[in-house]
Design a protein around this ligand. Structure first.
Ligand SMILES: [Zn+2]
Length: 65
């Protein structure tokens, strides 16, 4: 598994909220999308599964675009 998808990797949302990867992933089910859904646990306890096609990895941190 790529270290970019490792548990604990930081994620920053558009509004500046911070979360971390749980380490779980799944293939994106959107038709034609070859992305990967990364499971993100946010500070408020919520879990979301953004697609890597809408994210950018920069210096070890995922940014949701
Ligand atoms: Zn996708």
């Amino acid at each position: 598994m790529d270290k970019d998808f490792a548990q604990g990797t930081k994620v920053i949302a558009k509004d500046g909220a911070e979360g971390t990867l749980t380490g779980s992933t799944s293939d994106c089910q959107l038709t034609g999308c070859r992305g990967l859904r990364l499971y993100v646990r946010w500070a408020d306890g919520k879990l979301t599964k953004p697609c890597t096609k809408g994210m950018q990895m920069k210096e070890g941190v995922w940014h949701i675009l």
